[in-house]
Design a protein around this ligand. Structure first.
Ligand SMILES: [Ca+2]
Ligand SMILES: [Zn+2]
Ligand SMILES: [Zn+2]
Length: 221
């Protein structure tokens, strides 16, 4: 489908984001901060949760999705957020300070939807970002895009562009990302049957263990 040699320079193409294809089979999702940052001099749990709440609201505003924070001990949490270093059990290692910042998993059961941050990187509240420091809000909002089923966009100014970039103080979702989430198919509103239908992804499946491409701080040179 892509790579159509008859139209090598399609400058009129407007949809530049990519839909990954997986989606949640519901619109109400739960999340919890499970492993907070261990860096004593860095962000505390309350700040991390606040930045995540703000990031989730950006997506809520432009979609039918609703997010509820729950205790990390709750059952069947859709989106776990973890800060981890180096090799951390999913086969996709982090790399110490710099470069790799975070990755997330596309919608699904088990690890699906989860967001991992490299705890060797220096995340700060959005309004405190400056040279060498990374906005947790921007990184969280980007990773949550993956958790909701979006792939990277080739629009350079999109939040879902593959490389971290700075955005202004009053961050709102760029248009490309709004189109992306609004084009993501939402579940049919079959509320009468959904209560009796077992969730299909209660059990782990290997197809859901591949994370999204890692969000990185600088393009490869
Ligand atoms: Ca890193
Ligand atoms: Zn991971
Ligand atoms: Zn990404």
């Amino acid at each position: 489908m892509r790579g159509d040699s008859n139209s090598p320079t399609n400058h009129t193409r407007k949809r530049r984001y990519l839909l990954q294809g997986k989606k949640w089979d519901k619109t109400e999702l739960t999340w919890a901060l499970r492993k907070s940052s261990r860096h004593t001099s860095r962000l505390d749990s309350g700040t991390i949760r606040q930045q995540f709440t703000t990031a989730l609201q950006l997506w809520e505003k432009v979609s039918a999705l609703k997010f509820t924070e729950v205790q990390k001990e709750a059952k069947n949490i859709d989106i776990y957020v973890d800060f981890m270093k180096g090799t951390h059990g999913d086969g996709y290692s982090f790399d110490g300070k710099g470069r790799k910042l975070a990755h997330a998993f596309y919608p699904g059961g088990g690890i699906g939807g989860d967001v991992h941050f490299d705890d060797d990187d220096h995340f700060v509240q959005h309004h405190l970002r400056e040279d060498g420091k990374t906005s947790l809000l921007i990184t969280a909002a980007h990773e949550l895009g993956h958790s909701l089923g979006l792939s990277h966009s080739d629009a350079p100014k999109a939040l879902m562009a593959p490389f971290y970039q700075d955005f202004g103080d009053e961050f709102e979702l760029p248009q490309d990302d709004r189109y992306a989430i609004q084009t993501t198919p939402t579940p049919n509103d079959q509320h009468t049957t959904s209560q009796t239908t077992p969730t299909p992804n209660d059990h782990h499946t290997t197809s859901q263990t591949t994370p999204t491409p890692t969000y990185t701080k600088h393009p490869p040179s």
